[in-house]
Design a protein around this ligand. Structure first.
Ligand SMILES: Cc1cc2nc3c(=O)[nH]c(=O)nc-3n(C[C@H](O)[C@H](O)[C@H](O)COP(=O)(O)OP(=O)(O)OC[C@H]3O[C@@H](n4cnc5c(N)ncnc54)[C@H](O)[C@@H]3O)c2cc1C
Length: 453
């Protein structure tokens, strides 16, 4: 993607301070209401409801302050072109589960994909409208009768017809599907796919294409919302019944689908990991608040060795994950192969979040399960990170294979190995435009008392 090419021309220190203030003053205090509104958006009567109103209000305020869509392509108002710079900011945006939606980062990948692979018709009709908030987009890959970890099992199919394609199949767990104007949909296209032949399911990757489906098309249906852990969070099951897609809605060329998906997965995994690291920091901060609160002081929590050990473990996982994450971002910025580091960063961020959420709940006692903080919601999200964006086992297996097939030789390549580590002073790559003060500003806890009560 072309997002890594130019230097960031923004005062990151100033920007992160404004963002932190907005997060602490506006987003965190609104969280309890946001969770309630999101769950209530469930149900068929709300199927055409445009957006959750409080989210829209906060998005408007963020836009007004210049905090929205900063990772969009420059043409659509983005300011951060260096991935490693933006990922620092994405950690602050991720301090609340709602941050990625409020600050527009959750749709930034779609916009980059449409800009790079969309026809001029798509740019005119959709991309600008998605960037300025008139339309929402989503990404449809996973299927009910297939395994998301193994794309060759997907069966949603595109059949050529006059001037385009007819899509038939189902997708599920698709985020923002109820409100989306378009779904970037992964479909099988010729070389011919024979459903009766199991071997053909393993046919080559060129049999997938990515198509932009307008949700107003005949035959497209949002079948049902899918609550996760009992709470509706925007995921739905979709059906495509001979949905017509014009040729101008094919992204890239026919057969390019899997390459585009792989390309966006790299950036996407790092983006999500940054947000999870932000949430892990939030849990860590909540844990510290509790230990140092009147409640915690009454039983001398900070003096207990087992509590200290939990704090150390949570912190160690968090800062280790952050270092791996920045290393992966730096490699991507330098256009180097980063497959191992990106997947490791995803697995590490997920682990850091799972541990931080668990520890934070533990030190809160029973109150940790209550609605006094956002911890129960974060705990559920943390559990989902082990599957979302690539099941943990599939990633670990792939990392292990690459490491064993091509063991990095320390003695032969010690310069490369060490420079990857040492180019990240204080968690930031040396070519990053931030200085140490800016770094400190970003890693300082955002909000001392984060209760949503
Ligand atoms: C909150 C959330 C949001 C999502 N949003 C979207 C979205 O917007 N768009 C979209 O297309 N999808 C979305 N998904 C789906 C997600 O991408 C898939 O769940 C994920 O890719 C895993 O696929 P699967 O669920 O089909 O599990 P499967 O691939 O069937 O895997 C099931 C289990 O099998 C095991 N397994 C799989 N592979 C291996 C392996 N190689 N080695 C060992 N064990 C293995 C693991 O235990 C794994 O959890 C979302 C999911 C969640 C939870």
């Amino acid at each position: 993607m072309e997002i890594y090419k130019t230097e960031t021309d923004i005062n990151i220190n100033e920007y992160s301070n404004t963002l932190r203030k907005f997060m602490a003053g506006k987003v965190i205090p609104a969280e309890a209401k946001l969770y309630k509104e999101r769950h209530e958006a469930n149900g068929p009567e709300n199927i055409s409801k445009d957006k959750i109103s409080l989210i829209s209000d906060l998005q408007d305020e963020a836009r007004h302050l210049g905090l929205y869509g900063q990772f969009f392509p420059k043409q659509y108002g983005g300011m951060f072109n260096q991935l490693s710079d933006y990922l620092m900011i994405a950690q602050i945006e991720g301090y609340s589960e709602f941050g990625p939606e409020i600050f527009g980062s959750e749709i930034s990948l779609d916009i980059h994909t449409l800009k790079k692979y969309g026809t001029s018709h798509i740019q005119k009709a959709y991309t600008a409208a998605i960037a300025d908030g008139r339309y929402t987009s989503s990404y449809g890959m996973t299927e009910p009768n297939a395994n998301g970890s193994v794309p060759h099992t997907f069966t949603t199919i595109g059949t050529p017809c006059h001037d385009g394609w007819l899509i038939n199949g189902r997708k599920w767990f698709i985020c923002r599907a109820k409100t989306a104007k378009v779904i970037l949909t992964l479909v099988r296209t010729p070389p011919e796919y024979d459903h009766s032949d199991q071997n053909s399911r393993c046919s080559n990757e060129a049999s997938f294409s990515l198509m932009l489906v307008d949700t107003k098309s005949a035959g497209f249906r949002v079948e049902r919302p899918i609550p996760l852990f009992g709470n509706y969070q925007g995921q739905c099951e979709l059906s495509y019944d001979s949905v017509f897609v014009p040729t101008s809605h094919v992204l890239g060329t026919i057969g390019d689908g899997m390459n585009i998906v792989k390309e966006r997965l790299m950036t996407g995994r790092l983006l999500r990991s940054a947000q999870w690291l932000g949430l892990a920091q939030r849990c860590y901060d909540l844990m510290c608040d509790r230990v140092n609160s009147e409640h915690g002081k009454r039983i001398y929590l900070s003096s207990k060795q087992l509590i200290r050990q939990q704090a150390v473990t949570a912190y160690q996982k968090l800062i280790s994950a952050r270092a791996i994450h920045m290393q992966a971002a730096s490699l991507l910025d330098q256009h180097k192969n980063a497959a191992v580091e990106v997947n490791l960063a995803k697995v590490s961020a997920s682990e850091a979040l799972c541990i931080a959420a668990d520890v934070a709940i533990q030190v809160h006692g029973a109150e940790g399960f209550s609605d006094r903080t956002s911890l129960p919601h974060i705990f559920h999200l943390a559990r989902m990170t082990r599957i979302l964006d690539g099941a943990e086992e599939a990633l670990v297996s792939s990392i292990g294979k690459q490491l064993l097939d091509q063991p990095p030789s320390f003695l032969e390549n010690s310069h490369d190995v060490m420079s990857n580590v040492f180019s990240h002073h204080n968690g930031a790559p040396t070519h990053c435009t931030m200085n140490n003060t800016q770094q400190d500003s970003i890693h300082t806890p955002i909000y001392a008392h984060t209760s949503t009560a």
